[in-house]
Write a protein that binds this ligand. Structure first.
Ligand SMILES: [Zn+2]
Length: 328
């Protein structure tokens, strides 16, 4: 069935709810995913605000804050915080249309990963619409830099996400991870990776009104070379895998799948949103079309591989041209 309907837009087969605390607001909310066949794609509806003011499209141009999470707001100032893990699950499971009702300001953090969202959606299954699925094919490199941080989208015949992070003098250190967004790769290798934080920052963040709901059951807490959580890590490089998860969720705010190689060094939610702003300000660098037509047109697209990404991550981007990245 997946193969037969690969080129159709998909929604969830039936409604499902999650209840939990928000990582930053500390507020407990119920979020309900509902099948949707309308033209809006993926959108949130705040049920606890005045009727007619609670609809927020899950789109890059509605991103209003990227401090430790990706938050969306609409024209009425109504917002939903920390959408990125749920968005990554929707992207990874191939959901194009869905109504997400929520009775408070933040998507529940659950266990800090996207695993429960992915497994639940996979368990429920999808329904297919009589509408073609669209995607964006990157045809020219799109680059955003900030100091030594960068995020790039490069032409690639399949969606791929490569992330490198660097937290010196901590148990994290330097880590790189690359994921091809095909089949169950995301569900198997990334969905379970939890968010993380640093113990020395907790007090300051709490004073800023952040991480009010954070705890060892929904985040990995790092104290220098030590992991505070008694259960330890789920996998050695859980940190960078979580950054891949975040990137998938952030880039899902393009509204349709982006076919290309996302490559980032020390990037976060802010740079990811700036990358999408750049994408949509450079329409000559990509093509948007039906998945079927795009696969035909771009089947021979010249891949810009980053095979030796750890070598690249050691250099500031301004010392490496995009051309060189393509051939590294
Ligand atoms: Zn995250």
């Amino acid at each position: 069935m997946e193969t037969q309907y690969k080129y159709n837009r998909a929604t969830i087969s039936e409604s499902v709810s999650f209840i939990g605390v928000g990582l930053h607001t500390g507020k407990t909310t119920q979020v309900t995913l509902k099948p949707s066949v309308d033209r809006r794609g993926i959108y949130f509806v705040r049920k606890d605000v005045s009727p007619g003011t609670g609809v927020i499209d899950a789109m890059w141009y509605n991103v209003s804050d990227t401090t430790l999470s990706t938050n969306l707001s609409n024209e009425f100032g109504v917002s939903v915080h920390t959408v990125e893990h749920l968005m990554s699950a929707l992207r990874a499971t191939g959901i194009d249309n869905i109504k997400i009702e929520i009775d408070g300001p933040e998507v529940p953090i659950m266990d800090g990963s996207a695993e429960v969202f992915v497994k639940t959606i996979q368990g429920i299954g999808k329904s297919y619409l009589a509408k073609p699925k669209e995607a964006i094919w990157v045809t020219q490199p799109i680059v955003i830099t900030e100091g030594d941080k960068f995020a790039i989208l490069m032409p690639h015949s399949v969606p791929q996400v490569t992330v490198c992070i660097d937290f010196p003098d901590t148990v994290i250190g330097s880590q790189c991870y690359s994921l091809k967004m095909e089949g169950d790769n995301f569900a198997d290798d990334v969905a379970y990776a939890r968010t993380f934080g640093f113990s020395e920052q907790i007090d300051a963040l709490k004073k800023q009104g952040l991480v009010q709901g954070g705890s060892l059951i929904n985040a990995v807490l790092v104290d220098g070379e030590t992991i505070i959580n008694p259960e330890g890590l789920r996998v050695e490089n859980e940190f960078v895998r979580h950054k891949v998860l975040d990137a998938v969720g952030d880039i899902a705010l393009a509204g349709v799948p982006v076919i290309g190689h996302y490559y980032a060094y020390k990037a976060g939610h802010e740079l990811n949103n700036k990358l999408l702003q750049k994408v949509f300000s450079e329409p000559s660098s990509w093509s948007r079309m039906n998945l079927k037509d795009g696969e035909d047109e771009f089947s021979n697209i010249e891949d810009m591989h980053v095979d030796n990404y750890s070598e690249l991550a050691e250099k500031p981007l301004d010392a490496v041209s995009v051309k060189k990245i393509a051939s590294i």
